[in-house]
Design a protein around this ligand. Structure first.
Ligand SMILES: [Zn+2]
Length: 364
């Protein structure tokens, strides 16, 4: 069994909490950079000076979108004694890894299976969400849980790769977000707001309508799936590409998504290039849905954890394992998260989820 995912707790205005984040997570931020600096070169053909140039372009866009997040990233860089561009590059890593239409089967992407269960489907009437995050095996050692109490807005609890401002999480206003890699023929390397920055904006919001508006209105550089939910009682999935957004809704209180576009409008309008990389996506969402559907009305945190340990199709299963013959770009479940959004609690387990226990983290 490996050690629990470390918790980093920060508070205060953006500069103060950014510095604390950088200082407290400095070792793991270095691990993130050790993973991505060579990956940008190998996968996207981007040497470090080019990465820095693109990071500055992304930072300029981010400054227009949210000047505060740029201040926070500057402070993370100071606290971790890293270059500002390095922190921006981490927060733009999906966009950079697939820059300029690098979409070969060699440049595998993060797979994921995510789930939301509305109050009507759960035993205690709480909103539950969860996700297995499948990505490069070394990322297991760069992941942290970040608990943040900003001077303005709700408190935030999020599982991230160290140095990144948001991935999977919940906030003190009863709003949660999980999400999945998607890829389409619209992902050709363009400027826009990176996914991590959009996710963070979602968790600064007190109302679902504002968070949905953030996803819909923000210029996007890359396709992504965002599952947004707020207690009491609503969850909406937005399958997004740079040009479009396609909504999906829970079926009898349960919503599950993996790595292919499910909206029929999306399937007609764009070419899904992600499902070619992840054919197993076509059954992963079904596996989790069919594990939970018979328990509708009595679903618990433990049920979500068990559903995320499913091994159908192993190693390309919901609990994703490294195949015996390791190939370049091999991915596995590096972390699993289940959240009780109503109670402000998050449970995280390092992968493989079937071999490790979940640890509990709280918002306050
Ligand atoms: Zn397993």
């Amino acid at each position: 069994m490996v050690k629990p995912v470390p918790l980093v707790r920060v508070e205060g205005p953006s500069r103060e909490r950014g510095r604390a984040y950088g200082r407290l997570a400095g070792d793991r931020i270095q691990k993130s950079l050790d993973i991505y600096m060579p990956a940008f070169a190998e996968r996207a053909g981007l040497e470090w000076p080019q990465v820095k140039g693109l990071a500055r372009q992304f930072a300029a866009k981010m400054a227009d979108f949210d000047p505060d997040i740029v201040v926070e990233m500057e402070a993370i860089a100071q606290g971790a004694e890293q270059e500002f561009e390095a922190i921006v590059a981490l927060n733009s890593r999906t966009e950079l890894l697939f820059w300029a239409g690098k979409r070969s089967s060699e440049s595998n992407a993060d797979g994921c299976t995510s789930v939301a269960c509305l109050e009507e489907a759960t035993r205690d009437g709480h909103l539950l969400m969860g996700q297995n995050w499948d990505w490069l095996p070394p990322c297991r050692d760069s992941v942290i849980v970040l608990a943040m109490k900003p001077d303005i807005g709700p408190a935030i609890l999020t599982l991230v790769e160290a140095g990144i401002v948001c991935r999977i999480g919940l906030n003190g206003a009863g709003l949660g977000v999980v999400g999945n890699f998607l890829q389409s023929d619209q992902d050709i390397g363009r400027e826009g707001i990176p996914i991590a920055i959009i996710r963070r904006r979602i968790l600064t919001r007190e109302r679902l309508s504002l968070a949905l508006g953030d996803v819909l209105r923000t210029p996007r550089a890359f396709s992504s799936n965002h599952v947004l939910a707020q207690t009491p009682g609503e969850a909406i999935d937005l399958e997004t590409s740079p040009d479009d957004a396609f909504p999906l809704f829970p079926e009898q209180g349960i919503l599950v998504h993996s790595n292919h576009f499910r909206s029929l409008v999306a399937q007609a309008k764009l070419k899904d290039t992600g499902v070619i990389q992840f054919p197993d996506s076509l059954y992963r969402d079904h596996r989790v849905r069919s594990a939970l559907a018979p328990k509708r009305g009595s679903i618990t945190v433990t049920d979500l954890q068990e559903a995320l340990r499913d091994h159908y199709g192993v190693p390309e299963s919901v609990c994703r394992h490294v195949p015996e013959k390791v190939e370049k770009g091999t991915i596995c479940t590096v972390a699993s998260v289940v959240m009780d959004v109503t109670a402000g609690k998050l449970w995280a387990a390092p992968g493989p989820v079937c071999e490790n226990d979940y640890s509990q983290y709280t918002l306050e």
